[in-house]
Design a protein around this ligand. Sequence first.
Ligand code: RTP
Length: 150
Amino acid sequence: MSQERTFIAVKPDGVQRGLIGEIIKRFEQKGFKPCGMKFMQASEEHMKKHYEDLADKPFYPGLCKYMSSGPLCAMCWEGTGVVKTARKMMGETKPADSAPGSIRGDYCIEIGRNIIHGSDAVETANKEIALWFKPEELFSWTQGNHSWIF
Ligand code: RTP
């Protein structure tokens, strides 16, 4: 496993449910490092680009419309194996198939309102990070050797 970055978004339903803090907490406490974060409302065009691989799916138009209907929290997280581990922490696409203890297993019921997005592979993550963040919005920083952390 290598140091890598992934793209995570708290979807509009996650924001409306007040789950931004809970989701950030889980990634922070796991030991991953935030490298970019912004609260924003994406356009439908942006969401179409983000989900372009799903363009032939019947739920694609509704998904893009929903994802652009309200603000979301876009994040970049860094750490060893973060892409795969984040997907495990999220649970399955269908909340009903998600184990208790996972984010979707604990906090949602409907597939179309499954509160969080996470990149499904390192290559996708790099593509998504470039779509959502400008280089100057991303930060590499070190946690160690600070006299104010005990
Ligand atoms: P995401 O991209 O949001 O992280 O989700 P995912 O990889 O787990 O699932 P994906 O297959 O990429 O689907 C993207 C999102 O589309 C919605 N969806 N609705 N049958 C349906 O109505 C249906 N299937 C998928 C979900 O919100 C899913 O997260």
